[in-house]
Design a protein around this ligand. Structure first.
Ligand code: SF4
Length: 417
């Protein structure tokens, strides 16, 4: 049987999750007949998960909207119309509304599943032609607290680290994400990085023992909602053990003293009581994060969809700013969104998609987040219990030097309850 002469392939992006895998769509006479991973795409290098590889099954002709339908009255039935008529009608209604009520009388709400180029065009239409900022997508809503956290700490909701950083990092902190299920192709990449570099330390912060947690070197199964206390305790340890990058802080951060003061009492012992994980594990996590040549964090909705998701985000960014693990190969923070082009959808199309390295603003503000969260109430109540029992004199000297309470362990503390 002769091969079809109408058969062709088109490169695109899987629309399911935030990994954004490149795909090659095989089609024949207008019908999609298959989908495979794009071997040249830097997100997946040909790999696809089950969802992506069965994508073509969802794009059957019978279930697709193939033509426009229009109704002229609210309660009337929709009727099939020609494309020209539908487009003219929509444009005329838009133009009349803008003419009569101004550009902010209209809004565009688009999908997180659109491609970056689509977002670019929609943003041009809204901001450049119509003159309104009323363009948004579902993908911003799902990570709005993350946006606020980034703006509080970095001064901008800037682009994140990239997948290539996974191959170069020495410590990977995954928080609030079951990457194995939610972003499977990235998880494969993490497994590859671990196989290539057995010294890579993987820390997973998740109340559940997920498949992602099962492969971690250190799993911190914190009580739900206590992320902020954990991160602040890790910062406490970083400060106590001198694992911060004082030069980076001096040159790039503003307000660090306020952060130091905010975490002064948040010892691992205290955090252990709040988070329900051993203080030793908190210390170990901080040491791995601080001592690595480059540390990377990845997180998902488990972190930022919280009543204090903004503070969770900020506290995690504080770890990166305090250690200088940001803006260089293998170091940085990256949220794992649910939509393939969340970055493009959630902000102006003016952001270049290739903006891999963040030029840290000269003076990003590190603002103390601790007092603003509900968990602080718990910790204030429990404050002042832990006291050092080991080498008190040297601890006192060190305490004066770094301005913190010693990160004691409750089990070895004479003053512990
Ligand atoms: S990992 Fe995500 S983007 Fe990649 S194929 Fe699977 S669903 Fe699609």
């Amino acid at each position: 049987m002769p091969a079809s002469t109408t058969r062709a392939e088109t490169r695109s992006v899987c629309c399911y999750c935030g990994v954004g895998c490149g795909i090659v769509i095989d089609h024949d006479a207008g019908r999609i007949v298959g989908v495979r991973g794009d071997p040249d795409h830097p997100a997946n290098f040909g790999r696809l998960c089950t969802k992506g590889s069965t994508l073509y099954l969802t794009a059957v002709r019978e279930t697709r909207a193939l033509y426009p339908e229009l109704r002229t009255t609210r309660d009337g039935a929709r009727k099939r119309v020609a494309w020209d008529l539908a487009l003219d009608h929509a444009a005329a209604r838009f133009a009349r509304t803008i003419r009569e009520h101004g550009p902010d009388s209209v809004a565009l709400y688009v999908s997180g599943q659109l491609l970056t180029e689509d977002y670019y065009v929609f943003n041009k239409l809204a901001r450049g032609l119509i003159g309104t900022n009323n363009v948004d997508s579902n993908s911003r809503l799902c990570m709005s607290s993350a946006v606020a956290g980034y703006k509080q700490t970095l001064g901008a909701d800037a682009p994140p680290a990239c997948y290539a950083d996974i191959d170069q990092t020495g410590c990977l902190l995954i928080a609030g994400s079951n990457t194995a299920y939610a972003h499977p192709v990235v998880f494969r990449r993490i497994e590859d990085a671990k196989a290539a570099n057995p010294d890579l330390k993987i820390i997973v912060v998740d109340p559940r023992r997920t498949d992602t947690a099962a492969m971690a070197d250190l799993h911190l199964p914190i009580l739900p909602g206590t992320d902020l206390v954990l991160f602040n305790a890790m910062l406490h340890v970083l400060l106590w053990e001198g694992l911060t990058d004082t030069r980076f802080i001096r040159e790039h951060c503003d307000g660090f003293e306020a952060v130091r003061e905010a975490v002064r009492e948040i010892t691992p012992a205290l955090a252990s009581q709040v988070c329900g994980v051993p203080a030793d594990d908190i210390v170990l996590a901080a040491r791995w994060f601080g001592a690595a040549q480059a540390s990377l964090s990845m997180w998902c909705q488990g972190l930022n969809q919280s009543i204090h998701g903004t503070h969770n985000t900020a506290a995690l960014v504080h770890l990166h700013l305090a250690t200088g693990h940001i803006g260089r190969p293998g170091a940085g923070r990256s949220r794992s969104p649910a939509s393939p082009t969340r970055w493009a959808g959630a902000r102006s199309a003016a952001w270049p998609i290739c903006c891999r390295r963040i030029a840290i603003r000269p003076i990003p503000t590190i603002a103390p987040q601790w007092p603003a969260c509900g968990a602080s109430t718990i910790c204030r109540r429990r404050r002042a219990r832990p006291r050092s029992n080991c080498s008190r004199r040297s601890a006192a000297v060190k305490s004066r030097r770094c301005g913190l309470r010693a990160p004691t362990r409750p089990s070895r503390c004479r003053n512990s309850p």
